[in-house]
Design a protein around this ligand. Structure first.
Ligand code: FES
Ligand code: FES
Length: 157
């Protein structure tokens, strides 16, 4: 089938199989390999992207389900040279080590902060429950998300 998906602001059309997963579509058809695959059980969150602004695990969504919709991947977050505030906060707070979970973690965090900039630490931890990190112990990731949320609150005042 033919799908037409707006990926990071660019309209793309490709022929895909009905069963093609969104993550495979992004990596193989679009060449956007920033979205990682860490499991095949919907459990790690490494493949998280935004679908119409909501975070989804792209290994659980078919490319066909994204037809006519907007997808944002880690490659689409920065504005030119300028990092997205959540990316900047991860950098400043050292919210990564090996970086494998980071694209998914950042995308999930963007959606969390968008939904509620008044996040508490417990809410950040609950909101990122579906994203696993084997390296950091989560402390700095949580700090980064709280920092980005504070920045958003400041911008809204
Ligand atoms: S690769 Fe999608 S949740 Fe692990
Ligand atoms: S930084 Fe290595 S898995 Fe999270």
């Amino acid at each position: 089938m033919q799908v037409s998906i707006n990926v990071n602001g660019e309209q793309r059309s490709h022929e895909v199989e009905d069963r093609t997963l969104l993550v495979h579509y992004l990596r193989e058809e679009c060449g956007l390999t920033g979205t990682n695959i860490g499991c095949d059980t919907t459990s790690c969150g490494a493949c998280t992207v935004l679908l119409d602004g909501e975070s989804v695990k792209s290994c659980t969504v078919l490319a066909a389900q994204a037809d006519g919709r907007e997808v944002t991947t880690i490659e689409g977050l920065a504005d030119g040279e300028e990092l997205h505030p959540v990316q900047r906060a991860f950098q400043q707070k050292h919210g990564l080590q090996c970086g494998f979970c980071t694209p998914g973690m950042v995308m999930a965090s963007v959606s969390l902060v968008e939904e509620n900039p008044n996040l508490t630490e417990a809410e950040v931890r609950a909101g990122l429950e579906g994203n696993l990190c084997r390296c950091t112990g989560y402390h700095n990731i949580v700090e980064a998300v709280l920092t980005a949320a504070k920045e958003k609150q400041g911008a809204a005042e």
